[in-house]
Design a protein around this ligand. Structure first.
Ligand SMILES: *Cc1c(COP(=O)(O)O)cnc(C)c1O
Length: 496
């Protein structure tokens, strides 16, 4: 039966389309060509035989299933889903940038290398951290690069007994995972009471197994943290850490709240990664590759990965190699990183300028606080006071009516929104983390707020049963999550 409704099309796999003899191109029957790979195919490969319009419609229809930042509000907390200015895209498509190859002689790509050098300088200026390596391909990859830099520093300085990495219990899962991947042991710091790090809890963790903290390799802290709160004690904490001989790794994913206002080096950071695809607007979430450069202090820069773009005595830009820096931990990946993202990020920085970037963080924080102030009577706010660039709510008030954060998220889908981040951070039950970013208009915020208020009102009005079946208008309805988890169907059976 035809399942299409309105302009929602039900779309089968290409393999399920009606078989025809047509194809996008007409090629002459091949002459007898000797087999080049030495083995003859056992049977027909069975590729779908489709015409160009069939293929085009297939992919265009599927593309309409995807909700994106260009569709509407995308308040995914911790992800900084901001508008990607078209100017960035235009510049990234200039043929001198888009058509070059990483194996070209460096003398033929001086402009591209100069752009990378300039981006390094901007990142150094904005973070106050001198050494920049653009290579990592995502935030988590940057964390790995940063923690490997710390491990390398301890190794070379003969501190191999420093094995423990401290991290708050609210931290992003990639933080402890990275520490473990680097061979460290993770010690969690409790923040439940206030959502912030307290000096006492930090000291407890720092001196737990050695009174001087001589077994501590470092700490991994996100600031502002994953509850959307600025760590007020961060200077005192980083001083204590440094006295004990540890390094401060800052997860820079939330840099959007600080950019242009606070330089992380000033609150004691030794290494941090920057998510270019969050703070500096390059597309993400299925929209493009990530990029997670790291920035570090001058002391640590000798250990970080190669390459970095440097300017030699002849005034040429070159990518340094392992031979140029003997203490480096080496290379992380082939070539120099996601070049297209570098063009977009620098375009974003230069089109805003330093005053514009400051306004980015001010507006992002203002927008989040506006949402918080409008929803604080309808939803439970776990931590008092204002927030930074994202606000945290929970489902405590709705739960007594048997409506949970998951139901609220599904209701948002019904009303045309991508849900906020749900059930993260993990330190509280039923969390909802809402990050509007600076580019949302007042009108968009008002509409979202009124939708959230309507949901809260419907719950109070006893419409709670209806919530469990939402969303209703989407091509796919509510999934049976228990069945999906217990009885996963991992093979796609082509309908015969
Ligand atoms: C997004 C994010 C990361 C990881 O970044 P990816 O680019 O997705 O690998 C790490 N920490 C926090 C707090 C984040 O929000």
């Amino acid at each position: 039966m035809n399942q299409d409704r309105g302009l929602h099309y039900e779309e089968n796999l290409l393999w399920e389309k009606e078989y025809s003899e047509s194809s996008g191109v007409d090629l002459a029957e091949p002459e007898d060509i000797p087999l080049r790979i030495g083995v003859a195919p056992r049977e027909e490969v069975g590729l779908p035989q489709l015409s160009e319009p069939q293929v085009v419609r297939h992919f265009v229809r599927m593309s309409t299933w995807n909700y994106s930042i260009d569709h509407g509000f995308f308040p995914l907390g911790s992800c900084t889903m901001k508008h990607n200015p078209r100017l960035n895209e235009k510049l990234a498509r200039l043929s001198g940038f888009a058509q070059i190859h990483p194996m070209q002689p460096q003398s033929t790509v001086q402009g591209a290398l100069e752009l990378m050098h300039e981006l390094q300088n901007w990142l150094a200026e904005l973070t106050g951290l001198w050494g920049v390596c653009l290579a990592p391909s995502a935030g988590a990859h940057g964390e790995l690069a940063g923690m490997m830099t710390i491990r390398r520093a301890h190794e070379i300085q003969g501190n191999s007994k420093r094995k423990i990495v401290l991290t708050p219990d609210s931290s992003h899962g990639t933080n402890p995972a990275t520490a473990v991947m680097c061979g460290f042991e993770v010690r969690s710091i409790s923040t439940q009471e206030t959502g912030r790090l307290s000096v006492e809890a930090f000291k407890d963790a720092l001196y737990k197994t050695d009174e001087n903290g001589a077994d501590i390799a470092g700490m991994m802290v996100t600031n502002p943290n994953t509850c959307g709160l600025f760590e007020r004690n961060i200077i005192e904490i980083s001083d204590l850490l440094h006295k004990a001989g540890g390094y401060f790794y800052c997860d820079g994913a939330n840099f959007n709240a600080l950019v242009g206002k606070v330089r992380p080096a000033d609150f004691g950071v030794d290494v941090m990664h920057i998510n270019l695809h969050k703070t500096f607007s390059t597309p993400h979430g299925g929209g493009g590759p990530g990029s997670g450069p790291i920035c570090c202090t001058k002391d640590l820069a000798q250990y970080m990965p190669v390459p970095r773009v440097i300017k030699n005595s002849k005034g040429e830009y070159i990518l340094e190699t392992k031979e140029d820096r003997s203490d480096t931990l080496g290379t992380l990946k082939a070539f120099q990183g996601q070049f297209g993202m570098f063009v977009r990020a620098l375009s974003y920085m230069k089109s805003h300028g330093s005053d514009g970037l400051r306004q980015v963080s001010e507006d992002a924080v203002l927008n989040a606080n506006y949402i918080l102030s409008q929803l604080k009577d309808d939803y439970h706010v776990p931590y008092e006071g204002s927030c930074m660039h994202e606000c945290l709510l929970t489902d405590k008030k709705q739960k007594q009516y048997d409506v949970t954060t998951l139901d609220i998220a599904k209701a948002l889908v019904e009303y045309g929104y991508h849900p906020m981040t749900i059930y993260f951070p993990l330190i509280l039950a039923g969390t909802m983390l809402i990050e509007p970013t600076e580019t949302e208009s007042k009108d968009t915020l008002e509409r979202f707020i009124s939708t959230m208020k309507k949901i809260a009102q419907d719950v109070k009005d006893g419409k709670n049963k209806e919530f469990h079946d939402l969303p209703k208008s989407t091509p796919r309805k509510r999934l049976d999550e228990v069945r999906a988890a217990r009885n996963p169907v991992l093979n796609y059976n082509i309908a015969s």
